[in-house]
Design a protein around this ligand. Structure first.
Ligand code: NOJ
Length: 541
C-alpha cells in the first residue's frame, strides 16, 4: 500500500463509525426498551466522543422474533423504537452535528408476517409465490441438505400448500428469491425511499447469501466447506455480485452514500470472501466486514497474521474496515480474564482498532469496556439462546443495556430493562469514566481525536515493524512526511525491543508514558501491556 494520499477521499474512509443496537442504547419512554428518541438524546455524547457516523441495527417494523432482523415493513419504524417523525428528527439532529446515519437493510429474508410472505404462502398460484423460495419434497424428503445458520434444516414444510420454503436463519425469516426481478425492483424502491429521506448509507445484512444455486445442489460436507468456502451453493453466487453492482449504481446517483456488507462465511477464507466484494473497479460495495480480528486468540502474532491476511485480500482500489465486536459475536474483551486485565487489553485493542488502516467500527459500550454479561436462563431474549441453552447461551450477553451511570438500571431506563444490566455497571459506566482522565473512555476519545488529526492514521501506508515476535506487535503508518509508530505489548511482562531505521520519536498517546516524552525505538523497554502511539520527530511539522 502506498504512501500517497488515497484517491476518492471521502467521509466513510476517514470517519469512525459507531454501531448502536437501538433496543439497548437509551430508553426515553420508560418501557424498558431503547428507542430512537433515546438515541437522539445521546447525540451530544457521541459527538463528544468524536465519531462521524452511527449505524443502527434494524429499526423497521418487526414482530421481533429476531429483534428487528425479521422485517414486516421496510418503510415503517417499529413502534417499540418510536415513529417516522422520531427517525426524521434523529436524522436531522445527527446531521446538524456532522454525524451521518447508516441503517441496516435486510435483503436475504423478510419476516413471515411480511405481507409479501403472507401472500406468497396463501396459494401456489399467487403472483407473490415466486418472491420466496418454495420447493417440492424430494422423494418424500426435504428438497436438499441446506442447513439453517441457526441450526437444523433450512427447509420448513408448509401444510397449506404442501411445499417447503427456505429459511437461512429462523423459520420466521423466509428467504426471498432474488432471482425474481420483482423482488429486486421492490428493494431498489425501498433503498431509494431511505436515500431520498437523507440516510447516508446501509449496512447490508448477510449480503453474500441473498442468491442461491439455481440447481439447488447439495452443499458439501462440513470439512470441505470449512476449507473450500467457494463450494457453498448458498453463498457468494455470481448473481449476488451482479445485484450489488446494481445497488451500487443507485447509491452512486446520490452524494457520498455508503454500503457496508456483512459477509457470512467460515474461517479460514473469511478475508478472501469479504475482499471479493470490494473490487472498486467492478463497482462492488464500499466496505465489507472481515471478522478475523474478532476471532483471534490473545496473541500478537495471530493478530499480525490476521491483519496482513486481511490487507492482502483487499483489491487495489478497495478500502478495509475493521471491527472488534458486534451484536452477534460478542464483546471484544471476552475471555480475557479479570476486569483489571480486561481493561489493559481493551486499551491495546482500542489502539489497534483506531490506528489500523481502514474505517474503524466501534460497538456501543466498547469505549467504556463493557463486557459480555451473564444472562440467567429465564431472562434470555435471543431465540438462539432459548433454543440451544446451555450449550450456547445466545447473543444476549453482548446486547445488554448501555451503562450510562452507576444509578438504578445504569441510567438506561427507570423501568425493568428488556435485558438485565451487566452487574458491573456500578463501577463501569459512562459517567464514572467521563470524570476519570485516565479511563478507557478517555483513551478512546483521544485516539479518535488523533486519528482525525493525523493523515497518516487515516490514509497512510501500514507496515509491520515487529510481527508478533515475543508477544509484541509494532507497525508504522506513514504518509508523505508523516511517520507514526504503534507499539503494542500483548504480554504481562516487560519487553525490550529495537526498531532500527526509525529516528527519535515523541509520545502522542500511551498507556504508560507521558505525552510528548521522547522515545528512542532503537532500544526501548516496553511495559507490560503497553500500548503507545509515537510520532517520528524528524518529520514533525
Ligand atoms: C445477521 C445479523 O447480524 C443477525 O443479528 C441476524 O440474526 C441475522 N443476520 C439474520 O438477519
Amino acid at each position: 500500500m502506498d504512501t500517497q494520499p488515497v484517491s476518492n477521499w471521502t467521509w466513510w474512509k476517514h470517519g469512525v463509525i459507531y454501531h448502536i443496537y437501538p433496543l439497548s442504547f437509551k430508553d426515553s419512554n420508560d418501557d424498558g426498551y431503547g428507542d430512537i428518541p433515546g438515541i437522539t438524546g445521546k447525540l451530544d455524547y457521541l459527538s463528544d466522543l468524536g465519531i462521524d457516523a452511527i449505524w443502527l441495527s434494524p429499526i423497521f417494523k418487526s414482530p421481533m422474533v429476531d429483534w428487528g432482523y425479521d422485517v414486516s415493513d421496510y418503510r415503517a419504524i417499529d413502534p417499540i423504537f418510536g415513529s417516522m417523525k422520531d427517525f426524521k428528527r434523529l436524522l436531522d439532529e445527527s446531521h446538524k452535528r456532522g454525524i451521518r446515519v447508516i441503517i441496516d437493510m435486510i435483503m436475504n429474508h423478510t419476516s413471515d408476517q411480511h405481507p409479501w410472505f403472507v401472500d406468497s404462502r396463501s396459494t401456489i398460484h399467487h403472483p407473490k409465490r415466486d418472491w420466496y423460495i418454495w420447493r417440492e419434497a424430494q422423494k418424500g424428503k426435504k428438497p436438499n441438505n441446506w442447513k439453517s445458520v441457526f441450526g437444523g434444516s433450512a427447509w420448513q414444510f408448509d401444510e397449506r400448500t404442501g411445499q417447503y420454503y427456505l429459511h437461512t436463519f429462523l423459520k420466521e425469516q423466509p428467504d426471498l428469491n432474488w432471482r425474481n426481478k420483482q423482488v429486486k425492483k421492490a428493494f431498489m424502491r425501498h433503498f431509494k425511499f431511505w436515500l431520498d429521506m437523507g440516510v447516508d448509507g446501509f449496512r447490508l445484512d448477510a449480503v453474500n447469501m441473498i442468491v442461491k444455486d439455481k440447481k439447488f445442489r447439495n452443499n458439501p460436507g462440513l470439512l470441505v466447506s470449512l476449507f473450500q468456502n467457494k463450494k457453498w451453493h448458498t453463498r457468494n453466487q455470481p448473481k449476488s455480485y451482479k445485484i450489488l453492482r446494481q445497488l451500487r449504481e443507485l447509491l452512486d446517483t446520490y452524494h457520498e452514500r455508503v454500503s457496508v456488507g456483512e459477509i457470512y462465511t467460515l474461517p479460514p477464507g473469511d478475508s478472501e470472501m469479504a475482499g471479493s466484494y470490494l473490487d472498486e473497479g467492478n463497482n462492488a460495495i464500499h466496505m465489507a466486514f472481515d471478522f478475523s480480528l474478532l476471532f483471534r486468540q490473545w496473541n500478537a502474532r495471530k493478530y499480525h497474521d490476521a491483519i496482513v491476511h486481511w490487507y492482502n485480500n483487499i483489491p487495489p482500489e478497495g478500502w478495509p474496515c475493521n471491527v472488534l465486536s458486534n451484536h452477534d459475536l460478542g464483546r471484544s474483551v471476552k475471555h480475557f480474564g479479570s476486569h483489571k486485565r480486561n481493561n489493559r487489553k481493551a486499551r491495546i485493542l482500542a489502539m489497534l482498532l483506531l490506528t489500523l488502516k481502514g474505517t474503524p467500527f466501534i460497538y456501543y459500550g466498547e469505549e467504556i469496556g463493557m463486557e459480555n454479561a451473564y444472562i440467567h436462563r429465564n431472562e434470555i431474549r435471543d431465540k438462539l439462546g432459548k433454543k440451544f441453552w446451555p450449550i450456547y447461551q445466545g447473543r444476549d450477553k453482548a446486547r445488554t443495556p448501555m451503562q450510562w451511570t452507576g444509578d438504578t438500571n445504569a441510567g438506561f431506563t427507570s423501568e425493568k430493562p428488556w435485558l438485565p444490566i451487566n452487574r458491573n455497571f456500578h463501577t463501569l459506566n459512562v459517567e464514572a469514566e467521563n470524570r476519570d482522565e485516565g479511563s478507557l473512555y478517555n483513551f478512546y476519545r483521544k485516539l479518535i481525536a488523533l486519528r482525525k488529526q493525523y493523515a497518516a492514521l487515516q490514509q497512510g501506508k501500514w507496515e509491520a515493524l515487529i510481527k508478533g515476535e515475543n508477544g509484541v506487535l509494532a507497525y508504522a503508518r506513514e504518509i508523505e512526511k508523516q511517520r507514526l509508530i504503534v507499539l503494542l505489548n500483548f504480554t504481562p511482562s516487560p519487553k525490550s525491543i529495537s526498531i532500527e531505521s526509525y529516528n527519535i520519536n515523541k509520545v502522542l498517546l500511551s498507556t504508560h508514558r507521558p505525552e510528548n516524552a521522547v522515545v528512542d525505538v532503537s532500544d526501548v523497554k516496553l511495559f507490560a501491556y503497553e500500548a503507545s502511539l509515537l510520532k517520528e520527530l524528524e518529520f514533525m511539522e
